[in-house]
Design a protein around this ligand. Sequence first.
Ligand code: IMP
Ligand code: MG
Length: 178
Amino acid sequence: MKEFDKVLISKEDIEIKVKEISKKISADYKGLNPLFVCILKGSVFFTADLLRNVDTPAQIDFMVVSSYGSGTTSSGTLNIKKDLAVDIKDKHVIIVEDIIDSGNTLALLKEMLLKRNPSSVKICTLLDKPDRRVRDVKVDYCGFQIPDEFVVGYGLDYDENYRTLPDIRVLSREVYEK
Ligand code: IMP
Ligand code: MG
């Protein structure tokens, strides 16, 4: 069985793009000591590579969240499996996500974090599937816009597999339709 249709984004292209985003964020947040919120597990490699290249002082924390519901209602529910360890009041927060699909997770998460009175909350995502968006969410930093295909690698999983691949690949339909 063929596991992958193709490599969508190479290791080299990821590296170049991540450095570009790091540079932008470093300039935008100079002297602000931002807090990067890594959304586990998918954005673990992205966050690490991004922060290695951010050259202004910064902090890091982690969350585990997911969204469910919203088939018929427009709201959806945020499920927080692990919350932040630090208080974000008066902090400049940058949420780091692997991929925005429907937009539900990030829209709900941003709404929730804003209630904690941070100085600002911005969103940084490696991948964006704009065709699948059901909820408006402002993406402040984006690596790549991709077509509506299921991708894995560089942190992204299918059923907890493939996260450790160095590049981003389109998963073959045979894998999830079997
Ligand atoms: P949203 O709430 O629909 O935007 O959900 C985004 C979440 O769905 C991401 O954090 C991923 O965990 C998951 N997801 C969406 N598309 C993909 C994909 O192509 N590959 C792997 N995970 C995905
Ligand atoms: Mg996932």
